[in-house]
Design a protein around this ligand. Structure first.
Ligand code: 13P
Length: 337
């Protein structure tokens, strides 16, 4: 298949009404934190057991179009001894891969961070593609404070995201472009809107500079919410503030916007997505690419014990199904019961 056809068909498979993406690409330290919360040792085998279990949830492909994997998982076999990418394909789910190497402090910009991982990325992408990955993810991270993020951080992270996206597309891999504006802090929803708007505008400047085809990316942003230390805003207020920003800075050529959950509770993330999809016609398909908000209940149900397999898979399917409904504005809180 030509690179163009590969990109087109992967976008078609990923961006579908009623479906979203499962982010199961936690790095070792992050998954260790999640496992600690349910008293599980973060060994390679436990990671394999847990991820194999959720990926084989019967019916998952009805609501999940793609799964983002961590490098280790792409090389592992499922509990039934299938390569994980094959297991996902058998569910009608597209395998994807997180390709950034994580963040570090941005030198000379106290409080700002920059994501690493461009060196050698072409060789890694080729290997991931041979293992079955058809899309990728790179996360840039921005802290909010009165003077953060700095212009240097916005420009540097946008440049990384654009170079990664251009490289992915040249190899027929769809890039998920993730500028995550963190929820930590006591900033207002207005301040969050201001920062998200500047950050996303800068990302699209860089994408254009590097001639990235906007119709073959998925944007993975934060929702515009007040900081975690502030009173919560209603789903309607979050939806209204988020769309106001996106209408200003996200070109209509972008096929899909898949939000991260960023520390929202599972129910909150579903409610907010539903509110976003209740505001009428939009140029982009608005969906989810949640990590915590999809997996928390499944991790609690599993608690490291395969005897809890059916409860684990039910919990996984429930959040996938409810978020699937939220992509169509058809979710109601009483469906939680
Ligand atoms: P959360 O939904 O838990 O924020 O994770 C999504 C993700 O992929 C962050 O990079």
């Amino acid at each position: 298949m030509s690179v163009q056809n590969e990109l087109r068909s992967t976008i078609q498979d990923l961006v579908q009404p009623g479906k979203g993406i499962l982010a199961a690409d936690e790095s070792h330290p992050t998954i260790a934190k999640r496992f600690k919360a349910v008293n599980v040792e973060p060994t390679e085998d436990k990671r394999r057991e847990y991820r194999s279990l959720i990926f084989s949830t019967p019916g998952l492909g009805e609501f999940i179009s793609g799964v983002i994997l961590f490098e280790e998982t792409l090389g592992q076999n499922s509990l039934d001894n299938l390569p994980m990418a094959k297991l996902l394909e058998s569910q009608g789910i597209v395998p994807g891969i997180k390709v950034d190497k994580g963040k570090k402090s941005l030198i000379n910009a106290p409080g700002d961070e920059i994501t690493y991982g461009l060196d050698g990325l072409d060789d890694r992408l080729e290997a991931y593609k041979n293992q079955g990955a058809r899309f990728a993810k790179w996360r840039g991270v921005y802290n909010i404070a009165d003077t953060l993020p700095s212009r240097a951080a916005m420009e540097a992270n946008a440049e990384m995201l654009a170079r990664y996206a251009a490289l992915c597309q040249s190899m027929g891999i769809v890039p998920i472009v993730e500028p995550e504006v963190l929820i930590d802090g006591d900033h207002t929803i207005e301040r969050s809107a201001q920062v998200n708007e500047s950050v996303i505008a800068e990302v699209f400047n860089a994408l254009r500079r590097h001639r990235v085809q906007l119709e073959s990316i998925i944007l993975k942003p934060s929702m515009v919410t007040p900081g975690k230390a502030c009173a919560k805003a209603s789903p309607e207020a979050v939806a209204e503030a988020t769309l106001r920003v996106f209408r200003n800075v996200v070109p209509a050529a972008v096929p899909g916007i898949s939000f991260l959950s960023g520390g929202q509770t599972p129910e909150e993330a579903t409610l907010n997505l539903n509110a976003l999809n209740s505001l009428g016609q939009l140029p982009w398909h608005l969906s989810f690419s949640y990590g915590r908000a999809l997996q928390e209940p499944a991790q609690k149900a599993w608690a490291g014990n395969l005897n809890n397999s059916s409860e684990t898979q039910s919990a996984m399917l429930k959040r996938a199904r409810l978020n699937g409904l939220a992509t169509k504005g058809q979710y109601a809180p009483d469906m939680e019961d």
